[in-house]
Design a protein around this ligand. Structure first.
Ligand code: ATP
Length: 343
C-alpha cells in the first residue's frame, strides 16, 4: 500500500548539506501497521513527511496505493492526499473551532450538504468515543481527547492510509495505551494501513506488525515485530528492546543488596526472556532439578508479535552449587541471566 524506493532527502543549510534520509526503501503491505523507530534526529519526521510529499525527496520514489506520487501534477496530488490521513504529536487542531467544527472541516473543503456532514461528523465522534464533546473547544480537552478529535478529523474523508507522526509522544502512559488501542481498532475495523514513527519501543510492541529501525537517515534493520524482538541484529535495536524491558529493583531489595556472596545470602537474578528463550516452565523446572527455591520479586512479561518476552527479578535460594547449576541451566535455555547482587 505504501512503498518508499531508494528515498534520499538532503536539506541545504547555508553552505552545507544535511543528509536526513539516505537510500531508504520500505514496503507497508495493505492493512498492516508499520512502525519506524529511531532516536532524535535520525530522520523519522522527514521520512513520514516524505510519504505525503510534505517534504519532497531529493531522489527516489514514493508509491501510495499504486500511484507514483512524485510524478503527479499538483491537482492530482491534492486528490491522492485525501487518501492519506495524518496525525501529529501536538494534534494541530483549530482552536477557534469546536470539536464538531474541527471534524467537519475537511468535509466542508470537499463540499457536501450540511445534513451529510452532520451525520458523518457524529458518526466519527461516536467512533472515537467523543460524541458528548461535540460542542466543546479544543482548549477544554485533555491531550488524549485532542488526539481523538484529530483522528476523527483525519478519518473524515475515508483515507486508505494513516500516517502517525509521534502521535502518542505528548501523552501519559495510560492515555498512550488508549490511543494505541483506538489506532489498532481503526486499523482492524476500517482496514486502514498505518505507518507510524516513534522513539518508543512500547508503541511498536503494542500495535505494530512490522518495524524498521532508522539511524542517521538509514534503515538499519527491518522485519516483523516478532522476528526483531526474537533476534535483533543491530546494537541500536537491542538497546530499544532493552529500554522496553525496564524493571526497577524494589527499594527494600536495593537496601539489602550486597555485591559479594556471603553466609545466608541468596542471589538476586535478572532473567531476560526473548523469542530465543524456550517456551517451557523453566523456573519451576530449575526449582525441581536443582533443589532450589525461588521468589519472584518483580516481573514484566509481554507479547510482541507472536513472541513471548519479558524480564523478571527472582531471588534464588538453596545451596551455592545448586544455584550455580540453576544459572547454567537458564543460560542453556537462552535466558539472558545476570546476578544483580546478593540479598
Ligand atoms: N527543514 C530542515 N532544514 C534543515 N535540516 C533539517 C530540516 N528538517 C530536518 N533537518 C535535519 O534532518 C535530520 C533529521 O531530522 P528529523 O526531524 O527527520 O529527525 P527525527 O528523527 O524526526 O528527530 P526528532 O525525533 O527529534 O523529531 C536532522 O539532522 C535535522 O536537523
Amino acid at each position: 500500500m505504501i512503498e518508499l524506493k531508494n528515498v534520499t532527502k538532503n536539506f541545504h543549510q547555508k553552505n552545507r548539506i544535511v543528509s536526513a534520509l539516505s537510500d531508504v526503501s520500505l514496503k507497508v503491505p495493505p492493512g498492516k501497521i508499520f512502525g519506524v523507530i529511531g532516536t532524535s534526529g535520525a530522520g523519522k519526521s522527514t521520512l513520514i513527511r516524505c510519504v505525503n510529499l510534505l517534504e519532497r525527496p531529493t531522489s527516489g520514489e514514493i508509491i501510495v496505493d499504486g500511484k507514483l506520487l512524485m510524478r503527479l501534477s499538483n491537482a492530482q496530488l491534492a486528490i491522492e492526499r485525501r487518501q492519506i490521513g495524518m496525525i501529529f504529536q501536538h494534534f494541530n487542531l483549530l482552536s477557534s473551532r469546536t470539536v464538531f467544527e474541527n471534524v467537519a472541516f475537511p468535509l466542508e473543503l470537499v463540499g457536501g450538504s450540511k445534513t451529510d456532514i452532520r451525520t458523518r461528523v457524529l458518526e466519527l465522534l461516536e467512533l472515537v468515543g467523543l460524541a458528548e464533546k461535540a460542542n466543546d473547544y479544543p482548549a477544554s480537552l485533555s491531550g488524549g481527547q485532542k488526539q481523538r478529535v484529530a483522528i476523527a478529523r483525519t478519518l473524515a474523508n475515508n483515507p486508505k492510509v494513516l500516517l502517525c507522526d509521534e502521535a502518542t509522544s505528548a501523552l501519559d502512559p495510560a492515555t498512550t495505551r488508549s490511543i494505541l488501542n483506538l489506532l489498532k481498532d481503526i486499523n482492524r475495523r476500517l482496514n486502514i494501513t498505518i505507518l507510524l514513527i516513534t522513539h518508543q519501543m512500547e508503541v511498536v510492541k503494542s500495535i505494530c506488525d512490522e518495524v524498521a529501525v532508522i539511524s542517521h537517515g538509514k534503515l538499519i534493520e527491518q522485519g516483523s515485530v516478532g522476528e526483531i524482538f526474537a533476534d535483533p541484529k543491530h546494537a541500536l535495536t537491542k538497546e530499544f528492546i532493552a529500554s522496553s524491558l525496564h524493571l526497577d529493583i524494589p527499594r527494600v531489595y536495593q537496601e539489602r543488596l550486597q555485591k559479594e556472596d556471603g553466609e545466608g545470602l541468596s542471589p538476586l537474578l535478572r532473567l531476560e526472556m526473548t523469542g530465543k528463550s524456550v517456551n517451557e516452565p523453566v523456573i519451576s523446572e530449575v526449582s525441581r532439578l536443582f533443589d532450589t527455591n525461588f521468589k519472584i520479586v518483580s516481573a514484566q512479561m509481554d507479547q510482541a508479535g507472536d513472541v513471548n518476552f519479558g524480564v523478571m527479578l527472582i531471588e534464588l535460594s538453596g545451596k551455592r552449587e545448586n544455584y550455580e547449576a540453576a544459572i547454567e541451566y537458564f543460560i542453556s535455555k537462552h535466558i539472558k541471566t545476570e546476578i544483580i547482587g546478593y540479598v
